[in-house]
Design a protein. Structure first.
Length: 76
């Protein structure tokens, strides 16, 4: 499931094990450097390139996972 992979990446990059799928990236302390690392992890681990604007528009694990699933190109 894409959300599991996204959540694992967020937990690692935000250095927290207490993140829910509805938590907002920015409320969790996310910023541009962490977002760039997450974007790279999406490419490496999920095989999908997520444009930066979509990461801003979809600031939760649930919403960015839905976006990634809608792309239909995940190689996980």
């Amino acid at each position: 499931m894409i959300a599991d992979g996204v959540l694992a990446i967020w937990c690692r990059e935000l250095q927290s094990d207490d993140i829910s799928v509805d938590d907002n990236f920015f409320t969790l302390g996310g910023h541009s450097v962490i977002m760039a690392r997450i974007q790279g992890a999406f490419i490496e681990e999920l095989g999908v390139e997520v444009p930066m604007d979509q990461m801003f528009l979809n600031p939760t694990v649930a919403s960015i996972s839905a976006y990634i699933e809608s792309m239909g190109t995940v190689t996980q």
